[in-house]
Design a protein. Structure first.
Lengths: 178, 272
């Protein structure tokens, strides 16, 4: 329960950053998708049922402040979560380069799923040409955001909670990586 | 059979979950023009936080700009004094023009500009995703805002309200891919539909034989039932007329600078 509340709080912070702070710093409409990074982290370290339901709920909440299609983000984030879960037994989930790689792959998968859900199911104009143009910038932004977050979290943990370990971030400190 | 089930159970569960989510999304597309319970709760919860933070940021920027970062202030002051003198002279002339304009407007009973009750609102947050173009404003159903109401600024059309909670609403910008505005070219009255394309607009369904020039102004036609007639949408940026086909491809630059959107007007209803 505590963990779930922490995840919900993190998602809330991510949303506030994306809607209020980041638009002031970044030009245009581009902003890193912090919720996607959280979902990939959940995919690496949470149980399928609990994580899946939480991700779907977060997606639905996100639709309250993004776009006009209820259920779209829930579907997309659940797809990303399940895909990550599918790989989780075959990879080293403690590796930070893997998380960065998954953020890149997750961004591409996200845009494919959004384009699929909108172009095949809704009556909007074709969105995929616009997404193709935006994708490289979005991938770069998400990658940089994930990189900065990893470094920041590890630094915060080392400084304020040296005896505690965060799941999945135990070995992300460069001293433990070869 | 049992062996296959045990081996593929996670995959089947994942597939069923994903398919259920897709079906649920598909079912909800029918109600996408209404605010559902969860969306209303999210707006009520995030709205006050976003509004408070937005006010705090504006306040901090104000203090920084007015009291701390005063480089070049003296030079600016001299420039502004000069500019003020010039503007006073221009203002004296324009007062005369304004009075004449008012008289003519009354004479022609041209009251379209005052045909709607307007409600000013502040933009407090942007869309959480990079793929969509919506903004949150600090007015909601308590102030009479409902889904479908047009939102404008002095430069032209901004979008329409798509979600409303008691104190906050979300506005779908005309540049979003799911936005469509019934429009016409002001010069030759050729009709079409302006669709969002990220930062630009595409003016669809204009017949090939219609003459369209760069810079031509595009205004709302009033046909869609959302936007009143005559609001400026943008100006033609490029025209691509293929050898074949019924329609031409027209790219339109919106008249509104959406990256600097701070205050907007909601057109509530006709005052007549």
């Amino acid at each position: 329960m505590n963990k779930t509340l922490i995840y919900l709080a993190l998602a809330g912070i991510a949303v506030i950053l994306q809607t209020v702070f980041l638009p002031l710093v970044l030009q245009g409409y581009y902003k890193p998708d912090l919720l996607l990074i959280l979902v990939i982290y959940l995919g690496l370290h949470e149980e399928p049922w609990r994580g899946g339901l939480l991700v779907y709920f977060l997606g639905w909440c996100n639709d309250g402040i993004a776009g006009v299609f209820p259920g779209l983000t829930g579907f997309v984030l659940l797809g990303i979560f399940l895909t990550v879960r599918g790989f989780v037994t075959r990879v080293n989930t403690e590796s930070s380069p893997l998380l960065l790689l998954l953020v890149i792959a997750g961004t591409i998968l996200q845009s494919v799923m959004v384009a699929f859900a909108l172009d095949f199911f809704s009556n909007t104009a074709r969105i995929w040409p616009q997404m193709v143009w935006q994708l490289p910038v979005q991938v770069l932004l998400n990658f940089v955001a994930a990189f900065v977050l990893l470094r920041l979290i590890v630094w915060l943990q080392r400084t304020f909670m040296p005896r505690k370990a965060l799941p999945g971030l135990r070995k992300l400190d460069s001293r433990h990586e070869s | 059979m049992w062996g296959w089930w045990r081996k593929n159970r996670p995959l089947v569960f994942a597939g069923v979950l994903l398919l259920t989510a897709l079906l649920w999304y598909s079912v909800n597309l029918r109600q996408k023009d209404e605010t559902n319970f969860l969306e209303s709760v999210v707006l009520r919860v995030t709205g006050p936080v976003q509004a408070t933070l937005d006010r705090a940021i504006v306040g901090a920027a104000d203090i920084w700009g007015h009291y701390l970062y005063l480089v070049d202030t003296s030079e600016d002051n001299q420039e502004l004094i000069k500019e003020n003198r010039t503007l006073r002279a221009v203002l004296a002339q324009s007062d005369e023009v304004r009075l004449e304009n008012e008289r003519l407007r009354l004479l022609l009973e041209f009251k379209e500009a005052q045909a709607f009750e307007t409600l000013p609102a502040r933009v407090i947050a942007e869309d959480a995703s990079s793929w969509f173009r919506t903004v949150m404003i600090d007015k909601g159903s308590e102030q009479g805002v409902t889904e479908g109401m047009p939102v404008v600024v002095a430069e032209g059309v901004v979008g329409r309200v798509v979600r409303s909670s008691p104190r906050f609403s979300r506005v779908l910008l005309i540049t979003d891919a799911s936005s469509a505005v019934a429009s016409l070219l002001q010069g030759n009255r050729a009709r079409g539909v302006c669709r969002g394309k990220g930062e630009q607009l595409v003016f669809d369904f204009v017949l090939r034989q219609e003459g369209v020039g760069i810079g031509d102004r595009v205004v709302t036609s009033g046909m869609g039932g959302v936007f009143p007639k005559g609001l400026v949408v943008g100006s033609v940026k490029g025209v691509n007329r293929q050898e074949f086909g019924l329609f031409q491809e027209i790219e339109v630059t919106p008249s509104v600078d959406f990256s600097h959107l701070e205050e907007v007007l909601i057109l509530l209803r006709s005052s007549q």
